[in-house]
Design a protein around this ligand. Structure first.
Ligand code: ATP
Length: 434
């Protein structure tokens, strides 16, 4: 069970996590802009992924490839021929749906009429545009629908320049674009989104072992960042669900307000992509080590959505608690994901306190994303910080002027500690480490 959908969407808008895109023009459907808090949190999710996938490992490197690639890439990968979803249209209300996502293929979920769907047709999901000043068939290019192909086409560049030996992985975070038939459920499915993908190249005979390894590793990543175990599960794909390139695939699923749905897919892509690119480009993309035959490595791919995952962490962290007869809303986000790590709150706007507040704040700012909030009563300020998931509030009061101490309040326990002003940074470091 996670938080109610509308509650989180409203909180996200009210507090500046996510705004409707182009709102002043009436909004662009299913496009979103991340506000100050959402930007910070999304960045934290991506940083944590990068830290665990790249920084902490000696078998991984990162890249950042172009969104617009040679159109041949999409021919070789199979996207041009088959990256489509089955589209049906209701002949009564004219709404369009993705057939494979309908609960009941005989009844329109919009108008409720039965047997009104057209025959399904394959709807292509890649955004198409033209490169250069003239619009012609010769300069058609596509916005990438996944970041993975940027990794495959750079396999040999990265192997050579980074001198990587199997098994090794190449990781990438970036925007992808899909002209989804039915975007929706807030930022869960949008036409522009961010992915965190990694291609792990290994010997074919070791692929099954690495597949199991990455399933476990990726499941653990969400749990380590505080996701509730009951809200997370691994679901192996049925054989008729597998993509054309995959020998095996499992999804990491989250219990969204509408039910279990995908956060991340982990697939054994075999040597499909490298073989295809070798064939289409004419380049040799096999792997070679002294004393061995040349061969195409197999690839295990954990492919996650950064924007979708950020939404899941928000849903998972939301709590309403009874405190002294009142309801307090709190986001129990892991401190690594919380957009603001500490808020510095002077008890009054008097200039003496402002000066001390600025001193405390400027020291903390060297290490942490912090906020100084001087408006409204202290109780309301605590409530606002709870609602955006700030782990600690630091209150500067008139006693602080004499005893050089401040009060630190813990978001989760609401316990308060009186701490020497110059020890606050060390205190936070200690708490965050534990
Ligand atoms: P679906 O079947 O739901 O369309 P998919 O299985 O095609 O998704 P993948 O190609 O495996 O998705 O993409 C990897 C990850 O990228 C997904 O698990 C998801 O987190 C994210 N993702 C894919 N499409 C979108 C989208 N339209 N909006 C937001 N995130 C997305």
């Amino acid at each position: 069970m996670t938080a109610d959908f509308d509650t989180i969407v409203n909180l996200a808008k009210k507090r500046g996590f996510v705004f409707q895109s182009s709102e002043i023009y009436g909004g662009l459907r299913s496009a979103y802009d991340y506000g100050p808090l959402g930007t910070a949190m999304l960045r934290n999710v991506k940083d944590q992924w990068w830290r665990s996938m790249v920084q902490l490992r000696d078998d991984m490197v990162g890249i950042d490839s172009a969104i617009i690639q040679a159109p041949q890439v999409w021919k070789a990968s199979g996207h041009l021929a088959s990256f489509s979803d089955p589209l049906v249209e209701c002949t009564n209300c004219n709404n369009r749906f993705r057939l494979d996502k309908l609960d009941n293929v005989d009844q329109c979920p919009s108008c409720g009429k039965r047997d009104t769907f057209t025959e399904p047709r394959e709807f292509h999901l890649m955004f198409k545009t033209n490169m250069g000043p003239v619009e012609s068939d010769d300069n058609v290019v596509y916005l990438r629908p996944e970041t993975a192909q940027g990794i495959f086409i750079n396999f040999e560049n990265v192997r050579r320049t980074s001198r990587m030996r199997l098994p090794f992985g190449i990781a990438q975070i970036g925007k992808s674009f899909r002209n989804e038939i039915t975007p929706g459920q807030f930022v869960f499915r949008t036409r522009e989104f961010e992915q965190m993908e990694m291609e792990f190249f290994c010997r074919p005979e070791e692929a099954d072992t690495w597949f199991e390894y990455w399933l476990e590793e990726r499941h653990r990543w969400y749990l380590d960042l505080g996701m509730t175990p009951d809200n997370l599960r691994l679901r192996p794909h049925e054989s008729d669900e597998l993509a054309h390139y995959a020998a095996a695939c499992s999804d990491v699923e989250f219990d969204f307000p509408w039910g279990w749905d995908e956060l991340e897919g982990i697939a054994n892509r075999t040597d499909f992509d490298l073989r295809q690119h070798a064939e289409h480009s004419g380049e040799d993309l096999t792997y070679f080590e002294e004393g061995d035959e040349r061969f195409y490595p197999y690839v295990i791919e954990p492919a996650a959505g950064a924007t979708r995952t950020t939404f899941a962490f928000l849903l998972d962290a939301y709590r309403e608690e009874e405190v002294e007869g009142e309801t307090r809303t709190v986001l129990k986000l892991d401190h690594r994901l919380a957009p603001i790590k500490a808020a510095v709150l002077p008890l009054s706007k008097k200039p003496e306190l402002t000066e001390v507040t600025q001193r405390v704040a400027s020291e903390l700012r060297q290490t942490y994303d912090i906020e100084v909030d001087i408006t409204q009563s202290i109780g309301r300020r605590y409530r606002r910080q709870d609602e955006i998931g700030t782990p600690f509030c630091i209150t500067v009061d008139f006693d602080s002027l004499d005893d050089h101490q401040v009060t630190v309040r813990d978001r989760d326990t609401m316990a308060q500690d009186r701490i020497a002003m110059d020890k606050v940074s060390a205190y936070l470091a200690d708490r965050f480490a534990g």
